[in-house]
Design a protein around this ligand. Sequence first.
Ligand code: DGL
Length: 263
Amino acid sequence: MSHTPTILVFDSGLGGLTVFREIVKLRPGARYVYVADDAYFPYGQHTEDEIVARVVPLVGDLIAEHRPNLVVIACNTASTLVMTHLREAYSVPFVGTVPAIKPACASSKTKRVSVLGTKGTVKREYTKKLIADFAHDCDVTLVGAENLASLAEATLRGERVSNDAIAAEIAPCFLNGDARTDTVVLACTHYPLLLDQMVALAPWKVDWIDPAPAIARRVSDLLGAANGLGEPIGGRIIFTSEQAPSPVLAKALMPFFGASFVS
Ligand code: DGL
């Protein structure tokens, strides 16, 4: 007998929608609760202690309220810190989002890879360990973007974002020495929202690695064969600021949630 699971997808803001949409493709018949912790956005500007102190109890409250069968932390800045704490504190299965350094290094031909993330993510011990474990033959450049997640949010909100602002954030990814960078890891779930602009502004063609499809496959495997298939039953989005989205943002959210959502 098939079962309708509830999947809670959590991010500091709207970047987690890039993961959410991939999960929905595989499990359209699940019930979704998307939580944007916009009251605390951007996580990239907070200290490690602040993020742990914010996210662990907040996710606990959300689990108590929505009783999800699975929680996806669709945020690298949080996942690189809180997964162990969450698994220790709560019994629900968790899936995190961490920089896709292993597949990027495996597929790079020039063996020069850049990891584009928030300032927080590129500083993490977790990220450094991924490089130590999986980048043996690869030269990895860590690029901590100051404003790229905010620029992605601004774009969704219909604000004008200049090409120069995006180009300046991605410029340090492109190294052209003995070997050229040929692969950029999108180590923040917000960045795929700007993929078209980044492709157009890149000084040369690279592979942009977005781990969202792989995360969706992991979620689907954990749900098991019969669960969350079938007709879409939709989802809701919750903003921790409790501010209603502007009409422009509501329209931008439509492709993700359909016509009805609550804030
Ligand atoms: N979407 C988040 C991530 O994947 C970060 C954005 C933020 O700084 O809050 O890292």
